[in-house]
Ligand binder design. Structure first.
Ligand code: BYC
Length: 348
């Protein structure tokens, strides 16, 4: 059940939640009529009319479960995604670069918080989701299982990984579920800064010494293919796409977004003076898009199974951070309890 706090955290006006076209009086998923054809029809009509579904609206159980799965995976990606870049904070080559990188990594933590709050509006607590992440029952993006070997990797992550994330996430600002869509608006604005800092960093390296140029090229060579995998499996192997698009959670298929990303990156790589590591990459006049080479889907599925270069390291580090932060959560809870007790007395 979504709490008032969760509504607030996700920016969901409580008034809307009870006054929309398909509002229920009884809450998100309860009530004797839940799941009836009338509710289903009202839900379908609202989705077709591009109305937002809000936390207290009736929704099919499978819609709720799909959102929790996707939002949780997204939230986990944001907080696990802090690790590869944080690896370079102490070794950033200047104070300016260090300050920028610290701010970026902090932003990713904030994105995780918006998204966990959005998941809470669906009745799923943060503790439960973190537990599923730590025990391997929920996924995070495949991209964060690759190592950051040089400083140029920070640039490649900004340009390619944040670039792929924006391509995927801008359409999610129109997701049918209100709290997720609203969280995405803010996240996309911040990701856009991240992408530009990565591009600017790579440009500086590309125009630097021969060794710096080579380091930038090496980073792009290693991050290009994993970035294309971020969009998920090809459409004919994507188990969730068709239903998610029907529900207007996803607005485009995995392959459509991947193609869009390739088309955006080609001229940007030219401006950077860096090559994309794909001999089959070329403009196709007939299609009006770039053709590109075959993606190694065996590698993708292996990474998803836990066999990527850094899966073990990432999850071990995440569990350690969670355990070491236990005292902070306890202190915050004790402070909140004390504070609510004090205000309760004052009111009395
Ligand atoms: N990695 O049916 P499909 C970021 C799974 S990070 C891992 O196509 P769907 C950032 C998929 O979950 C970017 N798993 O799934 C942070 C499913 O398995 P389950 C995070 C993947 O959901 C810090 C199975 O494969 N962004 O922004 O329709 C620094 C079949 O796939 C991946 C998001 O999460 C993958 N790459 O489509 C910088 C965006 N791809 O769940 C940047 C929100 C697929 O049945 N998420 N799988 O066990 C989405 O848009 C969609 O969930 C996806 C996948 C396009 C990723």
């Amino acid at each position: 059940m979504a709490t008032a706090a969760a509504h607030q955290a996700a920016g969901t006006p409580a008034a809307h939640a009870t006054s929309d076209a398909i509002g229920t009086a009884s809450g998100p998923d309860s009530g004797p009529d839940s799941g009836t054809a009338a509710y289903q029809a009202a839900f379908d009509t609202a989705v077709a009319a591009e109305e937002r579904i809000e936390p207290r609206d009736w929704m099919p159980d499978a819609y709720r479960a799909t959102l929790v799965r996707q939002i949780a995976q997204h939230a986990h990606s944001e907080i696990i995604g802090m690790q590869p870049e944080a690896n370079w904070i102490t070794r950033a080559p200047s104070l300016r670069r260090k300050a920028i990188l610290m701010a970026k990594v902090q932003d990713e933590a904030g994105h995780g918080l918006y998204l966990y709050s959005a998941a809470e509006t669906l009745g799923t607590g943060r503790d439960e989701l973190l537990d599923k992440l730590h025990s391997g029952r929920q996924k995070y993006s495949s991209i964060f299982n690759y190592p950051t070997l040089t400083w140029a990797d920070v640039g490649a992550i900004g340009w390619l990984v944040d670039g792929a994330a924006i391509t995927n996430q801008v359409p999610l600002c129109r997701c049918s579920y209100g709290p997720y869509a609203r969280a995405m608006v803010r996240i996309c604005k911040e990701e856009s800064f991240h992408q530009r800092q990565g591009y600017e960093l790579l440009l500086a390296l590309s125009r630097g010494t021969d060794a710096q140029h080579a380091m930038a090229q090496d980073a792009v060579d290693r991050w290009w293919w994993p970035s294309l995998m971020m969009f998920g499996p090809p459409d004919d192997e994507s188990s969730h796409s068709a239903q998610s698009m029907e529900w207007k959670i996803k607005r485009h298929s995995n392959d459509e977004l991947r193609q869009r990303f390739v088309d955006i990156c080609v001229p940007q790589a030219e401006s950077l003076g860096l090559a994309l590591p794909d001999p089959d990459l070329r403009w196709n006049e007939e299609r009006g898009h770039h053709d590109f080479g075959a993606i190694d889907w065996t590698e993708f599925w292996e990474v998803l199974k836990g066999n990527g270069p850094c899966n073990e390291q990432r999850i071990t580090q995440r569990r350690r951070a969670h355990d070491e932060g236990a005292w902070v959560r306890e202190a915050a809870a004790a402070h909140a309890a004390k504070h609510s007790g004090a205000s309760g007395k004052a009111t009395a």
